[in-house]
Design a protein around this ligand. Structure first.
Ligand code: MGD
Ligand code: MGD
Ligand code: MO
Length: 770
């Protein structure tokens, strides 16, 4: 059954063809409504079966149910509607609760190279992983392995390393707080801070940017604030697909008279009009118009746009009509004079050219800000995944600071997080750059010396593997290979590792691009009942607005062989840290014991168990929101000067962003459709302005190759093929394609300044005929 596999012998297919009957239609004018409800029920019924399916939906996001494994959008505090879920949450749940199984027999039938030729959709559709699998060195097929043997193999490889920094421990954002805390404790006891996570690819720029400007790397608003705001600016976000429940909050704000401004190269359907499926009028009526103003900013044009907005606010401010909050600026801010001087020196020509938005439109947006006493900026990946992403975040914060829109009801910053517990994992210490106070508290609680040297982030992990400095990659969830840019670099890097381990629920491409040996360890999902020695366990998560909530699995596990993430980490720690006096195995018997430790180590978690026993959820403190305290170097909220530094796009090239469709969760592709954008049957499309199609000498519907260009690229040519040109309302010179099919076009070194986040949304491309 086995054959030898020299690294990279087979041509690697990074975007296998998976197109069905392709149909392209006009983008939709409204989101949700009946089609969303039907889609939710159809998905759970088809994958989990009608009985289990409706049970799942009735437990989803309920106080006694489980937290949605989809996005991190919050639930209303201490109250829930009967149906507190969205279409895409239902898809995430259905996908986990599928009745299909990728078992040992499946792996015996499919070699690694055969599986590589399959699409992400096909891989995910094979069902739940149900037993530990091992890929021996040189083998073409995975084979079953006992849990004990798997832990022994990992501990043996870890203990063979010259030093602990030769291992990296990745986390994706579905991991609950208890598992995350235990994991970082194990990793630090093992002796490294090499804890890269999906945050490095996601909101890292927000954390870095906000840390410098306001001293808190998290958002400062609650759900209530959002619903009471007078103006909401939504930058670089597509909530209709990625945070559908946010539309209900926007609707509530609108009904109270708020104005909404959408800043996006695409006029996303979800921000146009919303038919709330919870309401009768949402089913039969016309729904609620959401955005009042749409600014079709050029990709990467937000710095220029924000400078324009701030410039108008300052120019319009006078004694007669005060626009700025001078008391706030005086008392709480630093650097205003330099910021004001920089804006005075920034010409309208540069602003218009850099943003692609006319002064007139920027003035209109500024008027909405001027008329509002409570403004919120929301944002997601459209702001964080560019070279100048940190500047984007800081200028949004500065824009709010001008009018004192921080630390008061109805106002503030709202970075909308991705994975359901990505924010919580960071709070629990999943961070390659831990702060000293955290490590001090960890040492005091557990009586050991924690490593103090910073570890590697996700991009540095690839570099480390490339250079042979990292030899073991352990991944708690996620799809590291596929989610990262530059598959060519990443494939070679991974193949040089001695061992790669994936703790997973579903089959994905990271199981196919591995180290010399590889393991798949199947884990319980969020929806499943987690039984340990002391009984059924509860876990906790932190949503995008700093609320800690409980989650209780409700359905029987997909297999008796599955282990919880807590159990897996405890057993791995036990096997690896052989003479450790702390009994990590004891902690898995009752997750309350882990929470007692968290309460001792992490500020804001005092009396953790009692508080969740009483109310099921509580709000973490936030110095900016609660007390207008800014833990920055100056002790104040900082205005920061940034130049307009647009990406240089050569003539004949376009700037491409990589985005999500309505039917995927990150690298998990459910179908080849993107209902709101009018795409059916394929993911290999390039959205492009009709005038650009013409100017470049192509025709709509034509199949093309996409090539990327980056001056410092070490790879001679990057190309993906058979993409269909789709005419779309997108600014001239811009294009969009889906992630992850286009990830190989992005060089590993093309990253954001300071945050090191891959610049997934600033890719210079050219198109060629096939
Ligand atoms: N159903 C579903 N839900 C999800 C996910 C999923 O894949 N599926 N993923 C989860 C995760 S991990 C995350 S991080 C979030 C992602 O949520 P989003 O950030 O909404 O996801 P993207 O599709 O990356 O969308 C980015 C948006 O930014 C815009 N954009 C791109 N470049 C620019 C720019 O330069 N300027 C401006 N102003 N806009 C720009 C794009 O047009 C697009 O509307 O969603 C989370 N929720
Ligand atoms: N080009 C491009 N690339 C991007 C982005 C982009 O916008 N453009 N976005 C980036 C962003 S924002 C993010 S967050 C990353 C996402 O990066 P990741 O978080 O690494 O990727 P996911 O696709 O969310 O991971 C999916 C896998 O997680 C596993 N899984 C699901 N649930 C569980 C669970 O409960 N437990 C365990 N152990 N495993 C589970 C399943 O096996 C599934 O196949 O991708 C990044 N990559
Ligand atoms: Mo994300």
């Amino acid at each position: 059954m086995k054959s030898s596999k020299p690294a990279n012998a087979t041509p690697v297919s990074f975007a296998p063809n998976d197109s069905q009957r392709i149909a392209i239609s006009e983008p939709k004018e409204w989101a949700a409504g009946i089609p969303a409800v039907l889609s939710a029920y159809k998905n759970v019924a088809a994958k989990a079966g009608p009985f289990k399916g409706s049970r799942l939906l009735s437990d989803l996001n309920q106080l006694e149910g489980f937290d949605c494994p989809g996005c991190a959008w919050p639930d209303p505090l201490h109250k829930r509607a009967t149906f507190e879920f969205c279409e895409n949450g239902a898809k995430a749940v259905a996908d986990e609760a599928t009745t299909k199984r990728a078992d040992a027999e499946f792996f015996a039938r499919h070699s690694i190279s055969q599986l590589r030729d399959q699409s992400d959709r096909w891989l995910n559709n094979q069902g739940r992983l149900v037993q530990p699998m091992w890929l021996a060195e040189g083998a073409e097929y995975y084979q079953p392995i006992e849990w004990e043997a798997a832990f022994e193999l990992i501990s043996e490889q870890l203990n063979m390393l010259d030093n602990p920094n030769q291992a990296a421990f990745y986390t994706s954002g579905r991991t609950g707080n208890e598992a995350a805390f235990l994991y970082q404790l194990f990793v630090r006891k093992f002796g490294t801070n090499n804890l890269p996570d999906c945050s490095n690819m996601c909101h890292e720029s927000s954390g870095v940017g906000l840390g410098e400007t306001i001293g808190v790397g998290k958002g400062t608003v609650s759900l209530e604030d959002l619903e009471h705001a007078e103006a909401i600016f939504v930058f670089g976000q597509n909530p209709g697909s990625n945070h559908p429940r946010m539309l209900s909050s926007l609707q509530a704000a609108k009904r109270r008279g708020a104005k909404i401004v959408a800043i996006n190269p695409l006029d996303e359907t979800g921000l146009k009009r919303f038919k709330n499926p919870q309401e009768a009028s949402g089913v039969i009526g016309n729904g609620t118009a959401l955005r009042d103003l749409f600014l079709p900013v050029k990709i990467n044009g937000d710095v220029a746009l924000l400078k324009g907005l701030c410039k108008v606010l300052i120019e319009r401010d006078s004694q007669h009509t005060p626009i700025l909050d001078h008391d706030f600026i005086q008392q709480y801010c630093h650097g205003f004079t330099a910021f004001k001087a920089d804006l005075a020196n920034t010409s309208w020509q540069d602003i218009e050219q850099g943003s692609g938005i006319t002064r007139e439109l920027i003035e209109q947006a500024a008027t909405i800000a001027c008329e509002s006493k409570k403004t919120i900026c929301c944002w997601a990946m459209g702001m964080t995944q560019h070279k100048n992403a940190v500047a984007n975040i800081q200028l949004m914060t500065n824009f709010l600071m001008l009018q004192g829109n921080l630390g008061k009801p109805g106002a503030g910053v709202c970075p909308v997080r991705g994975h359901s517990n990505v924010q919580g994992d960071r709070t629990m210490g999943i961070w390659e750059k831990p702060n000293p106070e955290f490590l001090d508290a960890l040492e005091a609680e557990f009586g050991f010396k924690a490593p103090r040297e910073n570890g590697v982030d996700a991009v540095e992990t690839v570099h480390g593997m490339q250079q042979g400095n990292i030899k073991v990659l352990f991944a708690l969830g996620g799809n590291f290979f596929r989610a990262m840019p530059d598959h060519q670099a990443n494939d070679v890097a991974l193949s040089q590792c001695d061992l790669t381990v994936q703790v997973s629920t579903k089959l994905n491409r990271s199981h196919l691009h591995t180290g010399k040996q590889a393991l798949i360890l199947p884990a319980l999902g969020r929806t499943e009942i987690d039984t340990q020695q002391s009984g059924i366990q509860t876990i906790t998560v932190e949503n995008s607005m700093g609320v800690i909530q409980t989650s209780h699995g409700k359905i029987p596990p997909a297999s008796d062989l599955l282990k919880s993430e807590v159990d897996i980490i405890a057993q791995l720690a036990h096997a690896t840290l052989k003479n450790d006096e702390l009994d990590l195995l004891a902690l898995r018997t009752d997750y309350r014991l882990i929470r007692d430790h968290i309460a001792q180590v992490i500020p804001g978690f005092e009396n953790f168990n009692q508080r969740i026993d009483n109310l099921g959820e509580f709000v973490l403190p936030n110095a900016v929101r609660d007390a207008r305290q800014f833990a920055t170097a100056t002790g104040k909220a900082n205005f920061v000067v940034h130049d307009i530094d647009n990406i240089d796009v050569p003539k004949g090239c376009l700037l491409m962003m990589t985005i999500r469709s309505h039917d995927q969760f990150n690298t998990t592709v459910y179908t080849n459709n993107d209902r709101y954008r009018g795409i059916h049957g394929t993911r290999k499309v390039l959205f492009i302005n009709p005038a650009d199609i013409k100017a470049l000498g192509f025709t709509a519907g034509q199949q093309v190759r996409i090539r990327s260009h980056w001056p410092n690229d070490k790879v001679a040519m990057r190309e993906v093929s058979n993409f269909v040109l789709v005419e779309y309302a997108i600014p001239l010179g811009c294009a969009a394609a889906y992630y992850p099919e286009t990830n190989d076009l992005i060089p590993i070194d093309s990253v954001a300044d300071k945050s090191n986040t891959p610049a997934y949304k600033s890719v210079v491309i050219s198109i060629q005929a096939v």
